[in-house]
Design a binder for this molecule. Sequence first.
Ligand SMILES: C[S@@+](CC[C@H](N)C(=O)[O-])C[C@H]1O[C@@H](n2cnc3c(N)ncnc32)[C@H](O)[C@@H]1O
Length: 318
Amino acid sequence: MRPMPDTGRQAAMLANRVGKTFRVLQPLFERRGVGAYRLYDRDIPEVRAVIDWYEGHLVVAEYERQQTAADPGWLAAMGQAVAGALQVPPERVHLKRRRTRPAQGPRYPRPATNKQSRLIVREGPLRFWVDLDGHLDTGLFADHRETRARLRGEAHGSTFLNLFGYTGSFTCAAGLGGARSTVTVDTSQTYLRWTQHNLELNGLWGPQHELVRADVRDFLQRGARAQRRFDLCVLDPPSFSSREGSPGFDVQRDQRALIEGTLALLKPGGALYFSTNHQRFEPRLDQLRAAELREITAETVPLDYRNRRAHRCFRIVA
Ligand SMILES: C[S@@+](CC[C@H](N)C(=O)[O-])C[C@H]1O[C@@H](n2cnc3c(N)ncnc32)[C@H](O)[C@@H]1O
């Protein structure tokens, strides 16, 4: 089938744009030993895609299904054009469809594939497993690269708590930075296992790293009763979450309870990094009982993210 005229024109513009960006970013990140970074995020408004580089692979995602609704071959055409410009072979191109709002039914359909999709990604001295076809999210959020570097610099000798830990990238950063012990909390056994694999990959796995399968809200209550205390914490919840048998979660609505509950588990002077990817997040943190609260988003969103609010990040001292 011949591509629709708009598709061909957009593919050419996209390839040109991404080629230019890659020539700037690639040497810069290679010098730092960083293998995963963002190449494109709706830079051209009519080309509604996000493109990430993972160690020679391209993940090409469409924002919702607007463009493939008009032309079912749109996403493949974008992938092919960018791959051509960057000389990436077709088996290293991974196409995805993003949703910007929560939807009914399973969120992450697993596409049938025989490509190599699991690989190891470098981030300075850290290494992470990613899965480029398995889920919409790959297992690594590159927008928190600077936050991880910061944590690594701050973690020495600390007891570290990672809430909504996902694949444990913050846990690995704290561990490599010399944290005395870590606790990673997540409801998903799959992600806790992935955390263990990432800790193993970094030569860190051992009894000082505890993986806890729990709802964060239950963990915070139990921790308060047991008077557990930590030096350093990351709280990076999803924007929304719903699971059968447990109350729904909405970061905008629940931010204060969550942050207060976490601060209760910190030692005086302990630091909490609170972050959210919610694009319309408004902090409601006035008169929070904390020694210090500072938004550090400008320092934590990395230079490859054109969206300077890819996340919002706050450093709060208990
Ligand atoms: C957006 S990710 C968090 C990102 C992560 N901190 C990172 O940067 O790597 C969402 C994670 O939260 C977990 N999760 C969702 N609701 C939860 C809850 N109520 N308690 C604990 N974990 C939850 C999911 O299983 C998933 O691993």
